[in-house]
Design a protein around this ligand. Structure first.
Ligand code: FE2
Length: 416
């Protein structure tokens, strides 16, 4: 049986068996929670952790402060310093998990985060609906947890968020838009406070839907004109609710009010055009539609990310195109048929990746540096630091040489 003792991170030493961490467990610096601490680098990372570390005394090679264990005699007692040499048998690194095990750990962490987030968002919407004060601290902590998970493994989190069931849709959609907003804001190099506020705005952008009957929101068929008019009131309903909260940042209210405005002025509620729509609201519009398209709904199946982006890219006048391009870069996905400029000053056509959305397949066909056509050659972007990368896009009508036909390059088979 585990004999557990919590010690401050500063008192952790090599040879202790780490059982877990206090507080929000996805905040801790390790992806494996239970292991014998034998590595100096791990020790340094762990000491930077703010909070208590739970030690399994019985499995430790050294004593925890204030506890005498038989194991202490093997690895040294209190006087043994943090850098003391361990017996040869214990001085090797903890055995790392296999890639498959690590993948499922990350997926499980993302799923746990989303489950907790769902409760927080449901509670927050309920608070707003009933006119209670919003638990700002709880919501801010959630946005921080989402930002932390994005740092560790963005694709695991985004994958979990695509799996929405009908009844959770509005809440999970809120968590997804929050996640995409944080990701995009960071990609745009915004400061931490802006990132956090935009995450909050993403969480609350659809809060006005609490005023719309579920029968209308979840209706499987087409909405009648009256029902559609009712749905279109949700931005203003949301603002009325958010204004009840004196501490609500103006930017969150702005995203709530204007996330359905369109670049060409055909959006609602105010029909604002282009730059008259604030940047946060333009960001909200893109994240909102992308998540809606890639989610299962009562009336449609989820689209693959590349299909959703392809459609969004083709809707003239709907979004701020430069920002949409930045969004594509932030999630590392480009729609097939798009022409992109590479850091190597070459031009490439985005190929269909057959649903393997995280690796963009390109066909390089023109050198911009030499202004000459190249023999088409395919290239897969894997995100490595050394490789070529996409730095811009070029409208098809401005292509300097003939664009290869997509039909000649069919999608690759999905192997996983
Ligand atoms: Fe909305």
């Amino acid at each position: 049986m585990a004999a557990l003792k919590t010690v401050p991170a500063a008192e952790v030493r090599l040879g202790m068996f780490i059982h877990g961490f206090e507080g929000s467990w996805w905040e801790h610096p390790f992806w494996r929670t239970r292991f014998l601490l034998t590595d100096l680098e791990d020790l340094q990372k762990l000491r930077a952790f703010q909070g208590g570390v739970i030690i399994d005394v019985a499995r430790s090679q050294v004593a925890a402060p204030g506890i005498d264990t038989p194991a202490a005699a093997v690895g040294g007692g209190e006087e043994a310093g943090a850098t003391a040499a361990l017996p040869a048998a214990t001085a090797k690194r903890a055995i790392p998990e296999s890639p498959a095990a690590r993948f499922s750990t990350e997926q499980a962490q993302a799923a746990a985060l989303v489950a907790g987030a769902l409760d927080t968002v449901r509670g927050t919407f309920e608070d707003v609906r009933l006119g209670r004060a919003i638990a700002h601290e709880k919501v801010a902590a959630l946005v921080d947890d989402i930002a932390g998970q994005l740092d560790r493994n963005a694709s695991a989190l985004l994958r979990v968020l695509q799996l929405k069931s009908k009844h959770q849709y509005t809440y999970l959609h809120s968590v997804a838009v929050c996640t995409l907003m944080v990701n995009l804001a960071r990609h745009l190099a915004m400061d931490d406070e802006a990132v956090r506020t935009l995450g909050l705005a993403g969480l609350l952008h659809d809060v006005g839907k609490v005023a719309i009957p579920d029968a209308v929101l979840d209706k499987p068929g087409r909405l009648s004109p009256e029902e559609f008019a009712l749905v279109r009131t949700h931005p203003e309903e949301g603002v009325a609710l958010l204004r009840e909260d004196g501490a609500m940042p103006a930017l969150a209210v702005e995203v709530c009010l204007h996330h359905h405005e369109r670049w060409d002025g055909n959006g609602y509620p105010h029909g604002l055009k282009a730059d008259d729509i604030s940047l946060p609201a333009r960001m909200g519009a893109i994240c909102d539609v992308y998540d809606a398209l890639t989610s299962h709904r009562a009336y449609k199946r989820a689209w693959l990310p590349a299909r959703a982006l392809g459609a969004m890219w083709s809707w003239d006048g709907h979004f701020d195109r430069d920002l949409l391009f930045q969004f594509m870069r932030s999630i590392n996905l480009y729609p097939p048929g798009m022409l992109v400029r590479l850091a190597s000053d070459r031009l490439a056509l985005v190929l269909d990746n057959g649903g393997r959305a995280t690796r963009t397949r390109l066909l390089v066909f023109h050198s911009l540096a030499e202004d000459s056509a190249l023999t088409p050659r395919s290239l897969v972007l894997t995100g490595g630091a050394e490789e070529d990368r996409v730095i811009g896009f070029i409208p098809a009508e401005e292509a300097p040489s003939a664009i290869p036909s997509l039909d000649l390059y069919p999608p690759v088979a999905v192997t996983n």
